[in-house]
Design a protein around this ligand. Structure first.
Ligand code: PMP
Length: 423
């Protein structure tokens, strides 16, 4: 029987070196405390639930079907037979893995086709796809900026951008969420003694469902000789009349943005990340960005799925209109019932601000028990008093389903005890 070794190594077998434990890792104590709290409050964890099929407007978890608001399948393209067919055909032709970095024999024609289509969407000279959206931001920002530089970014920017900023060693200056005046002030102050400057925003914020005033940020970047980078993870397929993104929605020349970034994992129903930009930047990244050069090429099937999704998005703009209609319908209905939808523009992401993390978790659990799958967003992802349920709407949801979700939300809210109401 193996002796159990604790952190102090007290049970270490005689003669063996003491094993070093992991208890002093950052966040380990908070995580343990949270686990205890969840157990003591008897809240069923909403995390890591396995879905037994395609997660669309509905999904099967265990053996039961749920109304689903927790997947980024904005235009219902994951599961579309044309997308699945494109992926299957690519597997048949190339197998599953490209078996190498693209630089050294992992290149496949589908990479070029997808990159050309993405570049065309943003009217950019070129584009580059990588194996993960998160890794794209980390490696591109981390590689682009250096210790003498400054990165000014929205305080609500995605973790992948802040991780990239950390990696770069640049000075990192967050500005108040979606406040372009604050961005201007921070940039003006930071610019005095910095080398290069990067301004990073999202086209559609994933926690709040609001959008920036793009033209203002373009102006700030120009005025201060900075690069503007826009993360379109939640905007492609969502914003603009035909889903081309924030530039289409706000009638801004896409050439005004220096670096468009996005992911293949949301509207495009694949997996991976992209950059669309000038040819000089793309060529430099293609030959030098560590997360691209030293990582395997995007699996061809994922590229084929993303390309087919982009084609369907372009050929069937009714999906985008339906998504926008659905999200507005849901947001307005929730508001009419007295729920706080925060800053949501009703475009695809609608938070229901609930107050404390415990309350958000309890509400999510009560909704799950009533057949609706919606995830709570809790501290530290958002401030403790701004915990929320986050609804991802899709073009596939029907008005009946959206109305039912609001009814269930009201019912679940009423089921919580008064203490939890204020908790
Ligand atoms: N940027 C933003 C704004 C995101 O929300 C996400 C993922 N949720 C990413 C980047 C990372 O993309 P992926 O999940 O495709 O790695």
């Amino acid at each position: 029987r193996r002796a159990r070794q604790d952190d102090a190594g007290e049970a270490a077998a005689p003669g063996r070196a003491k094993r070093r434990g992991f208890s002093d890792l950052p966040g380990m104590r908070d995580f343990a405390l949270m686990q205890t709290a969840v157990e003591e409050l008897d809240i069923e964890s909403p995390f890591f639930r396995a879905h037994n099929g395609i997660a669309g407007a509905t999904t099967v978890i265990g053996n039961a079907e749920y109304l689903n608001f927790s997947s980024y399948n904005y235009l219902a393209l994951n599961g579309d037979p044309r997308v699945t067919g494109a992926a299957v055909a690519a597997v048949g032709r190339y197998g599953v893995s490209p078996s190498a970095s693209r630089l050294v024999s992992g290149e496949r024609p589908i990479h070029h086709e997808l990159e050309a289509a993405i570049a065309a969407n943003y009217e950019a000279e070129a584009a580059l796809v990588m194996v993960s959206g998160h890794a794209t931001n980390v490696t591109v920002i981390g590689h682009l900026m250096g210790a003498r530089d400054v990165i000014v970014h929205d305080a609500s920017i995605h973790n992948s951008c802040t991780e990239g900023a950390r990696l770069s060693g640049a000075r990192r200056i967050p500005f108040a969420h979606n406040d372009w005046r604050a961005a201007e002030r921070e940039m003006a102050a930071a610019r005095r003694n910095a080398g290069r400057a990067l301004l990073v925003i999202e086209g559609h914020y994933s926690m709040d469902g609001d959008v920036p005033d793009l033209a203002r940020f373009v102006e700030i970047a120009r005025r201060h000789d900075a690069w503007l980078m826009v993360d379109e993870a939640h905007s492609l397929g969502v914003l603009g009349e035909t889903g081309r993104g924030i530039f289409e929605a706000q009638n801004v020349d896409p050439g005004e943005v220096d670096i468009w970034m996005g992911t293949l994992s949301k509207t495009l129903s694949g997996c991976g990340g992209f950059i669309a930009a000038g040819r000089d930047l793309i060529e430099w990244l293609r030959h030098t960005a560590p997360g691209f050069v030293y990582s395997v090429g995007l699996p061809p099937a994922l590229g084929a799925a993303a390309l087919e999704s982009l084609r369907i998005m372009q050929a069937e703009p009714w999906r985008v209109r339906q998504l926008q209609h659905n999200a507005r319908f849901f947001r307005d209905r929730a508001r009419a019932r007295g729920f706080d939808t925060g800053a949501s523009e009703g475009l695809a992401i609608v938070p229901i601000i609930t107050g404390s993390s415990v309350r958000a978790a309890r509400l999510s659990s009560a909704m799950f028990a009533r057949g609706v799958n919606v995830q709570p967003i809790v501290f530290p992802a958002v401030p403790e008093q701004a915990a929320r349920l986050r609804f991802f709407i899709s073009s596939e949801h029907t008005e009946a389903q959206l109305s039912r979700a609001v009814d269930v939300l009201a019912d679940a809210t009423a089921s919580l005890s008064p203490l939890e109401l204020h908790g």
